[in-house]
Ligand binder design. Structure first.
Ligand code: CMC
Length: 375
């Protein structure tokens, strides 16, 4: 028998078309609906980018105003959602808490079975508006603090930081946070987005697809890497220890989190923009030591292995400087990526084919079940 070709990890296999984003590793570019992501990050708010991902075009001022009003009016959490979150152990991983809260919202939403594009877009905007309340509350709950109500007079990112820390954030912090949300929003058929598309392809509801995507994002090979980067920084300690730490880590064949990418082999297109945002935060918080460690590890690892940092490398320390607990970094990624996930859910549903690949059996040959003798 000729051995069939196996595409382990589906590496290099195109499985469908998408009009949402284009990743080009050759030119190191990422386009959302045709616009370079770094230009969007420099000129637009996250709300405008969310609108772009869902509707295909940037909003005009009137459309943006209406969209912002809608998002702001949907921000708060019902008492029941808070009750569900409060029922979870205080030391549960925040990704598990966010996954459970989204799942609960889906179970409680009477519109869940309505799979029309309008109803699905409505659910997407609802989750987009509510995730900051969930994530910010979890940042506080695990530190013994109470829920902070959203403020309708603040934009998405300023309100997110307000709900997380109960203080009005300053402009450089809001800008860096907004940039991180834009960069994390969408990235074609990554593992969590593909998970969402697989679930949607069975005609399951949008909340099920987002809940599954959150599970896929949790792993350290995907979204969990931004959290893992900070653990590495804690291990290394300071710039002067980088060489010795790398000797040991590479000797033990460890994967260094925040480096490498399935698609980009010459550097992640999002990194320069997030790097600039991190530098502005380092100046704002006066933490040159953190930048020294960050630079030393990146330079040394890339020089030794030729593997470049990915977006999680600058975003981890950026979120740390803003005051987020390390375990909250991946939930922040959820709040951003819910826009891309739901855009893909809508796209998958509009031209659906059940996603069901083949496997090649390599277990025991067919054999007879032994007949037991009766006593
Ligand atoms: N540290 C050490 N070695 C690495 C790393 C790394 N971060 N990344 C790749 N390599 C090595 C790997 O060991 C392998 O070496 P060899 O050929 O000698 O066995 C070679 O490079 C190819 O790597 P691979 O794991 O086969 O490639 P992949 O395309 O399956 O992996 C990846 C991509 C992202 C899973 C991997 O680079 C990795 O594990 N990185 C660390 C986790 C991480 O930062 N993930 C975030 C990804 S991007 C943003 C996001 O989705 O959140």
């Amino acid at each position: 028998d000729a051995k069939p070709e196996i595409y382990k990890g589906l590496a290099g296999v195109p499985v469908d078309y998408t009009a949402i984003s284009k990743v080009n590793p050759e030119t190191n570019s990422l386009l959302y609906r045709g616009y370079p992501v770094q230009e969007l990050a420099a000129n637009c708010t996250f709300e405008e980018v969310a609108y772009l991902l869902w509707y295909g075009e940037l909003p005009d001022p009137e459309q943006l105003g209406a969209f912002e009003d809608r998002e702001r009016s949907l921000r708060g959490l019902d008492h029941d959602v808070k009750k569900v979150i409060d029922a979870l152990p205080i030391d549960a991983h925040p990704m598990d808490v966010v996954r459970t809260a989204v799942s609960f919202i889906g179970a409680a939403d009477p519109a869940t079975p309505d799979e029309s594009p309008e109803a699905n877009l409505d659910k997407a905007i609802r989750l987009f508006a509510k995730l900051p309340s969930i994530v910010a509350y979890e940042q506080r709950r695990r530190n013994g603090l109470h829920y902070v109500e959203p403020r309708e007079d603040l934009g998405y990112s300023a309100n997110f930081l307000w709900q997380a820390f109960g203080e009005l954030p300053e402009l450089p912090v809001v800008s860096a946070f907004d940039v991180s949300m834009i960069l994390y929003a969408e990235h074609s058929f990554n593992a969590s987005t593909f998970t969402a598309r697989v679930i949607t392809s069975t005609l399951a509801d949008l909340y099920s697809a987002v809940t599954g995507a959150i599970g896929a994002l949790k792993g350290p090979l995907h979204g969990g890497a931004n959290e893992a980067v900070m653990h590495i920084f804690d291990e290394v300690g300071s710039a002067e220890h980088v060489g010795a730490w790398l000797d040991e880590a590479l000797g033990a064949k460890r994967k260094i989190m925040g480096f490498g990418h399935r698609v980009y082999k010459h550097g992640d297109s999002r990194v320069p923009t997030m790097h600039a945002a991190l530098v502005s935060l380092v100046e704002y918080y006066d933490r040159p030591d953190l930048l020294e460690l960050y630079t030393a590890l990146a330079d040394e690892f890339t020089a030794r292995k030729g593997i470049h940092p990915n977006l999680d490398y600058p975003s981890g320390p950026a979120y740390h400087l803003m005051g987020f607990d390390t375990e909250i970094f991946t939930p922040l990624f959820v709040a951003a990526r819910v826009t891309g996930w739901t855009a893909h859910i809508l796209e998958q549903a509009a031209a659906n084919a059940l996603i069901r690949p083949l496997s090649v059996y390599n277990g025991e040959d067919q054999r007879a079940v032994p007949v037991r003798e009766t006593a």
